[in-house]
Design a protein around this ligand. Structure first.
Ligand code: FAD
Length: 368
């Protein structure tokens, strides 16, 4: 092998960028990302209710890597060797890291390569949401609850209903005290939470658009709304995997990885982030932990050593803000205080930290 290993990182979300930055110190890195700008999707729900906030949620990749290159293209095929791009090029490297993450219904995540047109779509949804009196949120997981919090912080009088077929909000390995705290804050905001409700079908009107209509539950209960949002149905993005490597994709759509974060059955292919089978809540917060393990193992293999670094999933952790002034959290078995919620996420949704990582500065406002 050459003096420096060559590495292609596919996907420039939180985990792909962080891994590329770790590798950039000793490897020749190419980061392939289809979008023309990085999107800090963790802040998008606040961006939906506050157009000024949305301005700071995207940033160019130009300063992301000190030495490596960022290529903007979609990877259309990878089967363990060449990485085929949407522009027809095929890239080769000693190692490939798959970091293609997961998609989620708008507006919690954006789709497509052109981020400014997605931001226009977000601004249209903001305008439609502002004029809506009744908002329906389908899904009472962390995204649905967080969206209800943002809406009721921005427009306290807006009638907001959350529906879910589950019997509790924010399912997962969290405490009842955490859920009770969220439920009582939602109640204080007059958010109607309807659990154990199965809809006959999803609304026929497009999500995120002002289009008054109604849906019915299987028991005949009607839910009227002016605008609705779909807050469930995230899925890992692996449609570019070829017929051999796709055998490492499990039934739940995630790529099977060893504790070394090598893709099962592959020595020189790694995966990080949402797309992996690592048994932990899918969070941007795991990015450094995944990146550190992958970088150490790539360095070891390149040096002719055994890749010994192992990723050990951390304890369950979640922070669900309800706007800039509320929310609840749970970490390592205990509920975390509201002050910690606001400090760790709620106030600025980590915008400054992410902008620092990508750009070394904190705001787009007033910049060309
Ligand atoms: C509303 C909301 C709030 C959240 N809040 C938090 C939070 O507070 N804390 C937290 O830790 N986590 C939070 N999360 C979860 C977090 O967003 C995800 O865990 C995180 O996005 C995963 O990062 P990733 O890099 O694995 O994937 P992604 O962020 O999904 O990035 C994948 C990247 O790969 C690119 N890509 C995909 N396919 C291809 C291809 N074929 N070719 C080229 N590029 C491709 C995509 O364009 C994208 O840029 C939140 C999620 C949502 C929806």
């Amino acid at each position: 092998m050459a003096a420096e290993p060559t590495v292609i990182v596919v996907g420039g979300g939180y985990c792909g960028v962080t891994t590329a930055q770790y590798l950039d110190t000793f490897a020749n890195v190419t980061l392939v990302e289809e979008r023309d700008r990085f999107v800090h999707n963790v802040g998008l729900l606040r961006g939906l209710v506050d157009a000024g906030f949305a301005d700071d949620l995207t940033m160019p990749y130009t300063s992301a890597l000190a030495r490596g290159e960022v290529v903007h293209a979609r990877v259309v095929q990878f089967d363990g060797e060449g990485v085929e791009l949407s522009d027809g090029r095929i890239l080769y490297a000693d190692f490939v890291v798959l970091a293609t993450g997961s998609g989620y219904p708008f507006p919690a995540k954006l789709t497509g390569p052109h981020i400014y047109s997605e931001l226009e779509r977000l601004a249209d949804a903001t305008r439609d949401l502002r004029s809506a009196k009744n908002v329906l949120i389908v899904g009472a997981g962390p995204v649905g609850v967080e969206l209800a919090g943002e809406i009721t912080s921005a427009w306290p009088g807006k009638s907001t209903t959350i529906i879910d077929r589950a019997d509790k909000i924010v399912p997962g390995p969290y405490s009842d005290a955490f859920r009770d705290s969220l439920a009582s804050q939602l109640s204080d905001r007059d958010v109607r939470v309807c659990l154990g409700v199965d809809l006959i079908g999803l609304p026929l009107t497009p999500a995120g658009v002002h289009a008054p209509s109604k849906v019915e539950s299987t028991s005949g209960e009607p839910f009227d709304f002016d605008i609705w949002f779909r807050c469930f149905g995230g899925r890992p993005d692996t449609d570019y995997l070829g017929s051999t490597i796709v055998q490492a994709v499990r039934d739940d759509g995630r790529i099977d990885v060893e504790p070394s974060l090598q893709v099962a059955g592959y020595c020189n292919v790694f995966a990080v982030g949402d797309v992996t089978s690592v048994p932990e809540a899918k969070r941007a917060g795991v990015a450094s932990g995944h990146a550190r393990v992958v970088a150490a193992n790539i360095r070891a293999i390149h040096d002719g050593a055994v890749p010994r670094e192992r990723y050990v999933p951390g304890a369950a952790r979640i922070v669900v803000p309800l706007g800039p002034d509320g929310g609840a959290g749970f970490a390592a078995g205990v509920e975390i205080t509201q002050r910690e919620v606001l400090e760790s996420k709620g106030k600025d949704l980590n915008v400054a930290r992410v902008r620092g990582q990508l750009l070394g500065r904190t705001s787009n406002r007033g910049r060309p």
